[in-house]
Write a protein that binds this ligand. Structure first.
Ligand code: NAP
Length: 245
């Protein structure tokens, strides 16, 4: 029997990359999955698509109401929506980019967790998509690094508040993953984006989905606190060994 038969899941950022792959993987394991994103048309069946902008409180409230009307309750919340903008020294940072990154990666994730928490069933699980950027800084990524340190801090703090309640909480901290992340970061510049993954074998979104599945299918008395996963060719945000291309 699929391991998540009869369970329900909510996945943010389900239109692309890690969120999309994880939503499909959860559905394959038998869960009923509601996926949220702004580009709702890109969410693939059998994931149920619902429009969601995590930076907009009203959109989040509408999404959670519609999702829980459909699902009844939530067994798994995977907060995957997120982005970085630019690879520039902090001197060149802008108010607008700072707001977009922090509103999405930090406020959006916190807001979605707060709104979903009352609906999370006993034995349920919150998985936050962190990054190795939230464990060790690298250059020209200050606001993204700050956002992912915040995700890790929030996850640790929420674990303290949930202690004694039957809710699991995990952060998955990945290094480079070959998704649309770099295309978004470089504002559609395909050449710059493809260089990020050149000369190395980067993990795929499905590899991260495997990590999420592992975390949410452990015995009830266990909690996988953190998973850190990187390409073998990467030791930190700033150090990657590439073959000549
Ligand atoms: P991706 O392919 O660009 O996917 C990002 C997802 O986030 C999309 O589904 C996008 O959907 C959604 N999103 C962005 N802003 C949103 C908003 N305001 N409201 C709702 N959804 C929003 O990138 P990815 O690599 O899968 O990234 C997923 C997560 O993994 C992010 O939190 C990222 O920081 C993290 N991560 C990525 C890497 C990497 O190297 N790829 C490494 C470590 C961690 P719409 O645009 O349709 O709204």
């Amino acid at each position: 029997m699929p391991s998540l038969e009869g369970k329900s899941a909510v996945v943010t950022g389900a239109s692309s990359g890690i969120g999309a792959a994880t939503a499909l993987a959860l559905a394959r394991e038998g869960a009923r999955v509601v996926g949220g994103a702004r580009r709702v048309d890109r969410i693939q069946p059998p994931v149920l698509p619902l429009e969601l902008d995590v930076t907009d409180p009203e959109s989040c409230e509408r999404f959670v109401k519609a999702a829980t009307d459909d699902l009844g309750g939530i067994d798994i919340l995977f907060n995957a929506a997120g982005l970085a903008l630019g690879r520039d020294v902090f001197d060149d940072s802008t108010e607008e980019d700072e707001r977009t990154v922090l509103e999405t990666n930090v406020n959006g994730l916190i807001r979605m967790t707060r709104l979903c928490l009352p609906h999370i069933r006993d034995g349920g699980h919150i998985v936050n998509m962190g990054s190795i950027a939230g464990r060790q800084a690298y250059e020209k990524a200050s606001v993204y690094v700050a956002s992912k340190f915040a995700v890790r801090g929030f996850t640790y703090a929420l674990r303290e508040d949930l202690l004694g309640r039957p809710i699991h909480i995990t952060t998955v901290d990945a290094g480079l993953v070959d998704t649309e992340f770099s295309r978004v970061r470089f504002r559609g510049d395909e050449e710059k984006a493809s260089k990020v993954y050149a000369g190395m074998e980067a993990p795929k979104a499905e590899d991260i989905a495997d990590c999420v599945l592992f975390a949410v299918t452990r015995p009830q008395h266990l909690n996988v606190d953190e998973i850190v996963i990187k390409a073998l060719a990467q030791s930190s945000g700033g150090r990657i060994v590439r073959t000549e291309t």
